[in-house]
Ligand binder design. Structure first.
Ligand SMILES: [Zn+2]
Length: 201
């Protein structure tokens, strides 16, 4: 889930299938399989129970999404993570912000932050939010190049089309698409857009 208005001035992202089929004809042979299906909400999770597990959950994301090990220290130390039941007032006071948003990420004071509800803080949500933080590392010209490259595959790549047929959240905008393609497909994304995921692929 993301929150478009504040994103414009702070640089925010925020969060958000399972199944199989068969693909043909892109030049890249990839089965129609969602590599990382969505994890379910954990209704029993609390701030007290999840906060101590943050490093372990991040390690599970680093491992399962095969983040290059030379970047593990970056992701472990450069992103501030907070688990909370209620978002800060400055977030809640924004028009159109849904207080049930599972998680979001933003930049403030030169630091990237992730804030998440405890029941949603799982490796897939971490992957989505870290994709926003990776996107933030791109230069403006490279962000523009991403849009061009992404739009070229968004409506034609069978695996992306398959993903969006299951979960269309990535169609919200190109930045959410950037995050969800990483979250669900990771290495299975089209090779033409892998260069737009610094420190992740
Ligand atoms: Zn997002």
């Amino acid at each position: 889930m993301c929150w478009e208005k504040i994103k414009k001035w702070l640089g925010i992202g925020g969060e958000g299938g399972t199944d199989t089929g068969t693909e043909s004809g892109t030049g890249e042979s990839r089965p129609l399989v969602i590599l990382h299906p969505e994890e379910s909400f954990d209704p029993n999770a609390t701030v007290a129970s999840v906060t101590p597990l943050v490093p372990d959950i991040i390690t599970k994301w680093l491992t399962d999404w095969k983040v290059p090990s030379k970047h593990w220290n970056y992701w472990r130390t450069m992103i501030d993570v907070q688990i909370t039941d209620q978002y800060p007032d400055w977030v809640l006071n924004q028009p159109d912000f849904d207080p049930n948003t599972p998680a979001f990420t933003y930049g403030q004071g030169g630091i990237r932050h992730i804030i998440s509800k405890p029941g949603w803080f799982n490796p897939g949500v971490v992957a989505h939010e870290q994709a926003h933080n990776s996107y933030d590392l791109l230069s403006e010209s490279k962000k523009n190049r991403f849009v061009t490259a992404y739009q070229a595959v968004r409506d034609t790549d069978p695996l992306i089309q398959y993903l969006y047929s299951i979960n269309p959240y990535g169609l919200t905008n190109d930045i959410e698409g950037h995050a969800d393609v990483y979250r669900y497909l990771c290495q299975q994304m089209p090779s033409s857009i892998k260069q737009f995921y610094p420190k992740l692929l």
